[in-house]
Design a protein around this ligand. Structure first.
Ligand SMILES: *Cc1c(COP(=O)(O)O)cnc(C)c1O
Length: 231
């Protein structure tokens, strides 16, 4: 992991984000989540050296290892992958934000554990707006009611929504997915009493510019910063 390369990659990413915003007439702050999964902890060091402050992992065990290896770095850790319900208790002290609250059952159990621990857990609700069967997340005609119920649960603070776009290079499909998430967030804010969450975690290395131009406030980037993963 070459820190100079990561710094260069980040400069390119920032420039592309700025251009995507400019051409869409947007100026929302965009948080770059440096996705360090499968990379050695040197990737975390390189991210911090380049000025990034948020890192994302998709597995509890790897998150636990990286945090333990770098206990003192000024990093906010985000869990971005599916959280198994039997790992909730272990995971809770490890992340500052969960991007992937993907079912009501998980929400119920996370809420119960948060209350037990005397904590408020920051979450994003993962929505499957493209309706792909293989993807997790809230979906379908009842999605607004489901999000409203999650929003009411004690111990959770819903800060916004997250989605995974289909694996495609078709710009129209990607744009449609991201704009659907934005519309869902806007409906939550308009129709779910007390819902103030505004974050839109959407966009990965291959589609973040489209996501930003559709209003993303968080982009989750691995390959664009650190190069290809081996696994
Ligand atoms: C791996 C991963 C990413 C980053 O993927 P890249 O294409 O390397 O940017 C983003 N989000 C989630 C949920 C991931 O698992």
């Amino acid at each position: 992991m070459d820190p100079a390369r990561v710094r260069e990659n980040l400069a390119v990413v920032r420039d592309r984000i700025a251009r995507a915003q400019a051409s869409a007439g947007l100026s929302q702050p965009v948080t770059i989540v440096a996705v360090t999964k499968t990379h050695p902890v040197a990737a975390v060091d390189a991210a911090v050296a380049a000025g990034l402050v948020v890192c994302g992992e998709n597995r509890v065990t790897e998150l636990e290892e990286k945090r333990a290896e770098r206990p003192d770095l000024p990093i906010e850790w985000h869990l971005i992958g599916h959280l198994q319900r039997n790992k909730i208790r272990r995971a809770l002290p490890l992340f500052e934000l969960l991007h992937s609250l993907d079912s009501e059952r998980l929400a119920d159990e996370l809420s119960a554990e948060a209350v037990r621990a005397g904590r408020t857990v920051r979450v994003l609700v993962q929505a499957n707006v493209s309706g792909e069967e293989t993807k997790g997340g809230f979906q379908g005609s009842g999605v607004l009611d489901q999000i409203a119920r999650v929003h009411e649960l004690p111990g959770l603070r819903v800060e916004g929504l997250m989605t995974m776009a289909p694996f495609t290079s078709d710009e129209a499909i990607l744009r449609g997915t991201f704009s659907a998430l934005r519309l869902l967030r806007d409906r939550c804010r308009a129709e779910v009493s007390g819902f103030t969450g505004s974050e839109l975690s959407m966009g990965m290395s291959n589609d973040y510019e489209i996501a930003v131009s559709e209003g993303a406030t968080m982009v989750r980037l691995g390959t664009a910063l650190f190069g290809e993963r081996e696994q």
